[in-house]
Design a protein around this ligand. Sequence first.
Ligand code: G16
Length: 547
Amino acid sequence: MSSLPVSSIRALADLHPKPSNLRFQYGTAGFRTLGSTLESVMFRVGVLAGLRSKKLDGKTIGVMVTASHNPEADNGVKLVDPRGEMLEASWEGHATVLANAADTDAFIEAVENLVKTMKIDVSKPSRVVYARDTRPSGPQLIASLEDGFQAINVEARNAGVTTTPILHYLVRAINTKGTKDAYGEDSEEGYMNKLSSAFKKLIAGKPASPPLIVDCANGVGAQAAAELSAYLGETLPLILHNTATTAPGALNNACGADFVKTQQKPPPSLASHLKPGQRACSLDGDADRLMYYYLDERSQFRMLDGDKIAALVAAFIGDLVKAAGLDGQVRVGIVQTAYANGGSTKYLSERLPVRCVSTGVKHLHHAAEHYDIGVYFEANGHGTVLFSPETLTKFAEHQPSTPAQSTAVNHLVNLTQLINQTVGDALSDMLFVEVVLAHKSYSGFEWDSLYVDLPNRLVKVVVADRNIFKTTDAERRLVSPPGLQARIDELVGKYDSGRAFVRPSGTEDVVRVYAEARGKAQADELAFRVAGMVYDETGGDLAQRPV
Ligand code: G16
């Protein structure tokens, strides 16, 4: 067994010293913080990705440099496992240990420990594919990452500037190439072709859809949406807005999926373009989240968030399974988080099995794998649909007994091609929504009418130390600080249809408070009163009271 190239690691690690005053944590979506502090983390992630690949016998690992919905000055990095899913949870701890080694000696010692404890054969090849979003700090951070690859001789493929879901797609496509599970051509063109041809088959014979406005958050989604639009042509006219990927400070600023969800209003830049009835949607900074909305006939903003998307697509899939004659043989289930609106949970659980898990795509993804067809969506618009391998076989082997059954099976098969099953994908989800709207002849209004959302409010609280907040029961209850949950329960009990919970964010240095109640004013009041309790519990700068 050859040994680690210690001198090469040492020489390059010395170029990327860890800032002594900072502690890094591999959280909900990898490492994520101010981009200017992340150089050492990037170098170390480069080394870690190489080791992960060696451990998996040279399979290709993905590395995505992005901070998604966060402000432009932030950046981050996450690892993607060979099937295109999030890094296995046990390796998140290894990532955190490596990122926090105080100096080069400590880092080399941590790498040697990892190789020993995980029994990594360092003579194996290591392969990585990597990409970044459009953040200004990206090129510098990619250079540090590449030094990490060089330090342990990784065969690295640069996928350039692209969306997070495309990077996930590439990882799976590369690792399944030439096998019976081949996922698609391992290129951006392969992705565009796969999605657009499935879309065209699914809407064949349906009346042409009116144009769709797409807010690209001034991020990398602008580039991918423009490319996709060219593939779609007249089949789905897209009108792209917020495409200023190089304008300083524009990324996610007063636009994008997170803005729409948290502010519950459209981006101001779209104001003059939104007429009653016009469908629009917003991507986030790396195009893995999607929010739809429209103005009703009184020009009121109506939001169609991840919960509404789940309701729309799950019902559609459930109906197709029945129409195909596969009812009882293929179980469809839904996965949500505590942020799911009570109205959606009620609607969905009256029709299909629903599970609630902790925030974070990895939790939803794993829970969804337990169903034959698992639909998972976070209210923030992050989600997808998973088809189990057995389900794909059932579709392939099913003998339809009527033309209607045959059509339904074909639609299901085309959906397996349209949906990016590796991770939530705003562009793929957008096409899926458009397919359902076309099949059902729904406008935003009919879609919105599936169920009524309970008024709700999401608030961020900047606290001195978010780590003192510990949760249980899929993050619906606090176990620490002691006594706080009982006080929240008492308050919630005073509100009609009241519900509230508190959890520390895994991507921002804040605590999040969610509340819903029968009326809008009550939901707002409950959220701010709980936020006040959180604030009083921890103290902090009065200027940074709930934002
Ligand atoms: C990431 C995760 C999502 C999560 C979101 C917010 O999204 O992938 O699963 O819902 O962060 O997480 P938190 O409330 O812990 O900050 P993204 O789109 O930013 O990568």
